[in-house]
Design a protein around this ligand. Structure first.
Ligand SMILES: [Zn+2]
Length: 466
């Protein structure tokens, strides 16, 4: 009955995200209901359960499918009482579906709530107390009171887990208890498996609060200049558009402490672009500010979100290294996302005999050759060898790429180098000249020696006569 009432309310109010049953915020049941509503309204969306919690509750995702496009993962509510992060996930989903063309050019997966057990504990507590229970952990029994039991999911990931005791504790009742081992929790394990199964190009994890944009790493300070160039570029793009009241940096730069076992560091180690965003200004001093403030807060984070979605793309650059008739075409992916399997089209300004080493030629007619290029990961490259044959000593080439997302790229080069057939002709001519010279020398020698012999004979005859 409650579910039906909520369903009707949401339909009547056109997907009002601020009518959840936790003082306006969304309970786990509200989240499940909203996911069903979105699926009914947009049948192309894909609902999935990526795992179950300690208490067997489903961790659900909803995907805007778009095969062969860059893949982005958005995660909400690692921490139970950061309720605005879940509202934000639905706000972003709704924004993409109703306001932008990005739904056709990116594949975006949303996980509204990771900490499903913690959120359920808050809902249950609300039945006996009108105040929201301020818990961040996952409520798994660890021998502590309801406020203190459980594991901090964002301290349970498997890179630098338990690196030190800064903001990560071995005490089961501590708010930042990291668990008995890395990935000891079903929720973090579900994320790990989901990431390996889906190979996301970028991942955003939403928390609250402070309006902080947090980059890796948390366990120690690593300079931004040590990151892959494509990651540096996107972080710098984000810095450039953030309002002055938003802050960007590492946890230590922003909050003054180190942290280990976080999702950010785990993704950093996998070389996946990632950012943790803490939404809501500090002045409200709340993980779930008054619901009248929510829409304004969520709107203020749209521009950076769309920038990250927009910039999660592949970008191929071409360099040509000439070595006589062998052309080394170097293709580098300087974007954040893995490139599609795509065709490289080379056009010549005259008929050219060309051989391609290793790669698949899908079309060739002397003026144009199309070579299939496999997917290239971010910051990786492919080298394609072309051998130009025939009498040509120079040629202009134009190179471009085609795929689902058209990327034009043009390069004109001159091919220098001697035709091997010309080399052979020169060798033959030189050989003929050498042989002819030798024969001539022999003739001259023979002629000279004959003349001398005649002179000797004449001299002998004259002596006899005398
Ligand atoms: Zn958090």
């Amino acid at each position: 009955m409650v579910k039906l009432a909520f369903y009707l309310l949401v339909l009547v109010t056109s997907l009002d995200l601020y009518q959840g049953t936790i003082n306006g915020y969304l309970s786990l049941q509200d989240v499940y209901t909203l996911l069903d509503i979105y699926k009914a309204k947009y049948p192309f969306l894909e609902l999935q359960t990526l795992g179950k919690s300690h208490f067997g509750r489903e961790i659900k995702s909803i995907k805007i499918p778009n095969p062969n496009t860059p893949k982005i993962l958005i995660i909400g509510a690692h921490h139970a009482n950061e309720l605005i992060s879940t509202t934000n996930i639905f706000y972003l989903l709704d924004y993409i579906l109703t306001n932008t063309t990005f739904k056709n050019t990116r594949e975006i997966t949303f996980i509204p709530v990771l900490n499903v057990d913690g959120l359920s504990t808050i809902s249950d507590h609300l039945k006996i107390n009108p105040n929201i229970l301020e818990i961040r952990k996952n409520s798994r029994p660890t021998g502590c009171s309801i406020q203190h039991q459980g594991i901090d999911l964002n301290r349970n990931y498997g890179f630098k887990w338990a690196y030190d005791e800064y903001s990560s504790s071995e005490d089961p009742c501590n708010d930042e208890y990291r668990g008995t081992s890395a990935f000891s929790e079903k929720e973090t394990l579900a994320i790990k498996n989901f990431i390996f199964k889906n190979t996301f190009d970028s991942i955003i994890s939403y928390h609250s609060y402070g309006d902080y944009y947090i980059r890796p790493t948390g366990y120690a300070h690593i300079n931004l200049t040590s990151f892959p160039q494509s990651h540096q570029n996107l972080y710098n793009n984000i810095i450039n558009i953030l309002p002055t009241n938003f802050k960007f940096g590492t946890v230590h730069e922003l909050l003054g402490y180190y942290v280990n076992g976080s999702l950010m560091d785990y993704l950093y180690n996998l070389k996946i672009f990632c950012i943790e965003i803490l939404i809501g200004p500090s002045i409200y001093n709340s993980f779930h500010p008054d619901k009248n403030m929510v829409k304004g807060i969520l709107e203020s984070h749209i521009e950076p979100f769309m920038m990250i979605v927009n910039k999660t793309d592949w970008n191929l650059s071409v360099d040509i290294i000439e070595n006589g008739r062998i052309l080394n075409v170097e293709i580098k992916n300087i974007g954040i996302a893995s490139s599609n399997n795509t065709d490289m089209i080379i056009e010549f300004n005259k008929d050219v005999d060309v051989k391609v080493i290793k790669y698949q030629v899908v079309f060739y007619d002397k003026k144009k050759i199309i070579i299939n290029i496999p997917s290239i990961k971010s910051e990786n490259k492919e080298n394609i060898m072309l051998i130009i044959e025939g009498d040509i000593r120079k040629v202009n080439m134009t190179i471009r790429f085609e795929g689902k997302q058209h990327k034009g790229f043009f390069k004109e080069v001159m091919v220098y180098g001697t035709n091997p057939r010309n080399n052979l002709m020169i060798i033959i001519i030189i050989s003929i000249v050498c042989i002819a010279s030798l024969i001539l020398m022999l003739i001259v020698y023979r002629y000279c020696t004959k003349k001398k012999e005649v002179k000797f004979v004449e001299l002998a005859e004259m002596q006899e006569l005398a």
